[in-house]
Design a protein. Structure first.
Length: 144
C-alpha cells in the first residue's frame, strides 16, 4: 500500500514538473514567435537570425523582446516586443509593442502627422502659396 501511494505521489510530481516546465519554456516561446512571423507576418524566418531576450513569464502569459537580423551577418536590424499566451500546449503571439532599429522604441504614431491623410500641400518656397502660371515656367526642352 505504501508503495502504491509513493508511486502515485511521484507520478503527480512528475506531471506537475512537466506542465510547469512547459509553461515556462523559452524554446516554446521562441517557436510561437517564429510561427507568428512565418504565418501571420509573412516573413522568411529561415533567412533570419532571431534572438529572444528578456523573457518574462506570468502564468499563462509571457512577454519577450525579439531581435531580428539577416542570417549570418551578426547584425541586429530590428528589435520588437511581443506578448504571448499559452493556448493549449502552444505559445501564441497575441500582441506586439513598438519597434525601431537597434532596439530603440518607436515614437508614438499619433505624435507624427500622416502625410497621406489629405489636406493642403505645403507651399513651395518663394511662391507665396500659389502655383506658378504656365507662362512663368521655363520652356520644356526637346528630348534627344
Amino acid at each position: 500500500m505504501v508503495r502504491i501511494v509513493s508511486v502515485a505521489v511521484l507520478i503527480a510530481c512528475l506531471v506537475a514538473c512537466k506542465s510547469a516546465s512547459q509553461t515556462q519554456n523559452t524554446d516554446a516561446v521562441r517557436q510561437g514567435v517564429i510561427d507568428y512571423l512565418g504565418k501571420k507576418a509573412g516573413m522568411n524566418v529561415s533567412g533570419m537570425d532571431i534572438t529572444l531576450s528578456n523573457v518574462k513569464f506570468n502564468g499563462n502569459q509571457a512577454d519577450v523582446n525579439v531581435s531580428f537580423g539577416v542570417k549570418g551577418t551578426g547584425q541586429v536590424a530590428m528589435t520588437k516586443g511581443y506578448h504571448l499566451e499559452l493556448q493549449g500546449n502552444q505559445w501564441v503571439v497575441v500582441g506586439s509593442q513598438g519597434s525601431d532599429e537597434h532596439g530603440k522604441m518607436a515614437p508614438d504614431a499619433s505624435a507624427t502627422p500622416n502625410p497621406h491623410a489629405g489636406g493642403a500641400m505645403p507651399a513651395a518656397p518663394g511662391s507665396g502659396g500659389k502655383m506658378p502660371s504656365p507662362e512663368d515656367l521655363p520652356p520644356a526642352g526637346k528630348k534627344k
